[in-house]
Design a protein around this ligand. Structure first.
Ligand code: AR6
Length: 178
């Protein structure tokens, strides 16, 4: 089995030419700030309309924390947006690590089911949701490597960091595991 290629970039995830872009959304999937806001602005009204049609699993919740949902990408270059709701960091003893790992794992599985070969992840939960950056990066890299080992159709995974601090953390982690 060929290991997928991992790439690290610093920049705006909405500009990437990949099959799927992952959105660090919230459970309601009706947009927000941070990368979610940037994706909705770039994709336009069509994305909002599509999200609105996704069913609620309970009041206010279209996508429970750690799960993922897929939509088209409106005006963006990619084919799909995979929306996942990361955990709000509350100190680390509320199952945050498992939930964050689930975001990466479930996004990758959903991607593979939809024929996605290249996918870009933002640093889920590392902004408004307050996850410590080092811990979040470790979970992201470990989970992606483990899950991709069983998903040979996924050829490229891009870790897209917006800021230099996250970029440096990921660089050290990826270099160390080469
Ligand atoms: N491209 C790539 N990464 C970005 C971009 C971008 N254009 N913009 C921001 N980031 P956040 P969360 C980085 O806050 O912590 C929203 O309101 C950002 O620097 O977007 O999971 C949702 O609706 C940070 O490293 O997501 C939820 O309510 C990372 O993306 C809530 O925020 C994630 O930061 C989710 O919070």
């Amino acid at each position: 089995m060929t290991e997928p290629r991992y790439e690290l970039i610093q920049g705006d995830i909405t500009k990437l030419d990949v099959d799927a872009v992952v959105n660090a959304a919230n459970c309601g999937l009706m947009g927000g700030g941070g990368v979610d806001g940037a994706i909705h602005r770039a994709a336009g009204q069509a994305l909002y309309d599509e999200c609105e049609k996704l069913p609620f699993v309970r009041a206010g919740v279209r996508c429970p924390t750690g799960e993922a949902r897929i939509t088209g990408a409106g005006k963006m270059k990619c084919r799909y947006i995979i929306h996942t709701a990361g955990p709000v960091y509350g100190g680390g003893d509320r199952g945050e690590a498992e939930k964050l790992g689930n975001c990466y794992a479930n996004s990758l599985r959903l991607a593979a089911e939809n024929g996605v070969e290249s996918i870009a992840f933002p640093n889920i939960s590392c902004g408004i949701y307050g996850y410590p950056l080092d811990e979040a990066a470790k979970i992201a890299v470990e989970t992606v490597r483990r899950v991709c080992a069983g998903l040979p159709s996924i050829k490229k995974v891009i870790f897209c960091c917006f800021d230099r601090r996250n970029f440096d953390i990921y660089k050290n982690l990826l270099d160390a595991s080469d």
